[in-house]
Design a protein around this ligand. Sequence first.
Ligand code: GLC
Ligand code: CA
Length: 579
Amino acid sequence: MTDVEDQPWWRTAVVYQIYPRSFADSNGDGIGDLAGITSRLDYLAALGVDVVWLSPIYRSPQDDNGYDISDYRDVDPTFGTLADLDELIAGLHSRGMKLVMDLVVNHTSDEHPWFTESRSATTNSKRDWYIWRPQGTDGLPPNNWGSAFSGPAWELDETTGEWYLHLFSRKQPDLNWENPAVREAVQEMMTWWLDRGVDGFRMDVINFISKADGLPDGDVPAGALFGDGAPHYASGPRIHEYLHEMHSRVFAARPQQVLTIGEMPGVSVAQARLFTDPARAELDMVFQFEHVQLDRGLTKWDTQALDLRVLKASLRRWQVAMAEVGWNSLYWNNHDQPRAVSRFGDDSPAHRVRSATALATVLHLHRGTPFVYQGEELGMTNMPFASLADYRDLESLNHFAEIVGLGAEPDVALATLAPASRDNARTPMQWDAGEHAGFSTATPWIAVHPNHSEVNVAAPLDDPNSVWHHYRQLIALRHNDPVVMHGTFAMLAADHEQLYAFTRTTDDDLLLVMVNLSSDPLLAGTELADRAGELVLGNYPDTGPTQVLRPWEALVLRVQGRRSAAEAAVAGGVVPQRP
Ligand code: GLC
Ligand code: CA
């Protein structure tokens, strides 16, 4: 391991993700905006986060809420102006926080001038900026790939009678990264933002930018309508080359250390190590999806019970793989995932607060850079959407239409959306118990969760046992406690079905984390509890070293001066007993 002092700043940082549409509305049109965010910066400073990652605010037709960009160098009027963004950057910087922008460059909007030019004629100079294929004699698309948002990944464009590729919606045509002019245009745009004061990029589906030669058909999984193209476009043949080129042209020469996070659906541990090995100069960290797919079947709509042992095995594998080389991002939530407290926790009134703080304790004490998604720090829950009309997300609406078209009963189709829809994460931030939750003075673009009367910012600020205060404490530990920042990770009781226990270790310190991830009490095992020292953090008001973990109880203990004994316990694989 490199010297602790040489470590880049983001290794001790916590990132807070803002979904601008749903965070704070300053002008009463029911949609969140930049000025709304700027007005809430003291709130973020009080929580203690170091970085804000902003989901896209660029000019966009909003087909996919801004992940379809028509001008990379302007702000969408829905969210404000470039001047508002400059103000936000200044406000963040003056509070010691940084700004990471979303970079969506696997595709643009079909309304981006690059695409309107490209589609205008086969001879247009921008034709080769996108992925076009001629019409065959069979009338079928060029290959069998499906779009992530239902239907085929190809659209036949009337203007020239050719097909273009769109891995997402038909309003999100894929750029052709094989064309050096495309790469240069993206790199120039990134430099323009860094010059403006931006501190980093979260790169949307960045492992999809290199497609396999010939765009071969994918295998068709049993029961699926389309072939799975992912093996031919996820981490494709030139991905490392493109990312290294971007690094050398955009980041290498800059005075500041730019933070880069690559969103990478389907990325393996082995690939992630390559992407984040500092010696290779590609990315700082990736978002992987293994742990958020363990309660899913063949598709994201197919929900199943989570086996905690499988979750632990997965996260442990990532911790181990990145111990010497590379770096992990840590997250439960984002704008694409249902709320973790409803999914991995228990959002009933009896357990909501404790299961939210239990999950946070597990995640934040792993080695890596934690991400907090807006409202997670309040324990915000999935939304009880009542009817199809309550949903906004095109992925959900398309899925519903697709399966009803195939013969599903509407009620059954609606039931698949409830636990899995991305809209669960997109309901307005709950600032207070008032009308529209203090998010807006007008009716919001998507309904406010009815539980905002209890679950809101105003309530927990005064309550030392709130989810919010627990997050604040975990964030402070990341900043102040060397073993949380740098310690090595070892999993305990890997086969236990309720207990998530691990240690973090440095030369002179050891932290023992024991969390009951269930609504039943469990006996944590005398061996571990006996060795426990000082209590660092708990989520019950009366916590102390104890052998019983109550429902969703989290205990963080420092085992100073007794490292060898505790290490022996780790080596011996102490398996706590159930009561
Ligand atoms: C990423 C984004 C998601 C978006 C998709 C297409 O997965 O997180 O919100 O719909 O890419 O840009
Ligand atoms: Ca607004």
